[in-house]
Design a protein around this ligand. Sequence first.
Ligand code: PLP
Length: 415
Amino acid sequence: SQNIKNEDPDIWKIIEQENVRQEHHIELIASENYASIAVMQAQGSQLTNKYAEGYPNYRYYGGCKYVDDIEKIAIERVKQLFSVDFANVQPHSGTQANFAVYTALLKPGDCVLGMSLSHGGHLTHGHSANLSGKLYKFISYGINHKGEIDYNQIERLAKKYKPKMIVGGFSAYSGLCDWKIMRYIADNVKAYLLVDMAHVAGLVSANLYPSPIPYAHIVTSTTHKTLAGPRGGIILSNEKDTLLYKKINSSVFPGNQGGPLMHIIAAKAIAFKEAMCPQFKNYQYQIVNNAKAMVKVFLDKGYNIISGNTFNHLFLINLTNKNITGKKADLLLNDANITVNKNSIPNDLQNPFVTSGIRIGTPAVTRRGFKEKEVIIVANWIVDILNDPYNVQNILSIKNKVLELCLKYPVYKKI
Ligand code: PLP
């Protein structure tokens, strides 16, 4: 950063401000994490200069000897991490990974089932504002009155619409998923099952969440959430169908992308190695325990949790009985240096910019060393703020305590 400081002080100053923000805020956004210094070094390396369209040993550019080695290592490591036969590590993001699968296996106008955004799905699972919802005829499923994924509804919709694909996976669901039932439903209508495990990839790698890999034809993921790597996507499969692998590869390149980001692929390789260390499993275990410990505080204090509990790294609080919107809660907590995101809840009466819920996730705070003791304190601070939203003095005094706790658990020790 010394070079940025001299060459472009304007940008350097803002990067430093963001570094301080990350150190001084309690980060509870379920999709965020802190990448290791090694991962960030790879992202800032000379590999960013290299064009490498194609795949290892089949490139459209010269000079690819070393980037070939890197991509081969990344592929081998992710195959080992998730016990799969096929991996593509080139998608620039989770969205790119999903679109590569869609365009490999679907034609525009084809019918697909996906989880609705307001029930916990992702934009790329068929939301009308997303290209997925414009290009394909997505039909949404959701959760039932008990807060569980409604497999009966999926089956009914599958029988009625005969989709070409069923998309599993979520951005805001704290329950377990029965991938076996989803594959059974998909097989009965001869549909592909794609599972987007972006949120739980780290937990799956540590065997702490049901793995979709034995059941889905194809699994996509991001690498930057529970997996704690660089921002990016991957596509995996164990289908023993080399034609399928070929289709996916040519859909990523040249179908959806040009040159792969070799600096990111190197960073992914490093993250996969980190994820195979025994400490990583302990880290994932702590993520889940921390989420459960926080849920207990909220339930004890009369807050409603969608689905009633958590079995992963996140949960949603339904704020309707507290007379406060998701937007307001998000802003109040931000005043105390606690970062969450507002989130729509099933059948939300508020619009998506206001919402009636907040989503809380523990991957980032766990990464900086918080255990049950610390997250219970944080959950109580959140309750104190939301129960007394106009008490500015209270929010300020909690902010000071947040700063103290953050200083005790630095993310990157050099700051
Ligand atoms: N899939 C799921 C389930 C997600 O939660 C997300 C991101 O939040 C994505 C895909 C998209 O990933 P990206 O932001 O890298 O495009």
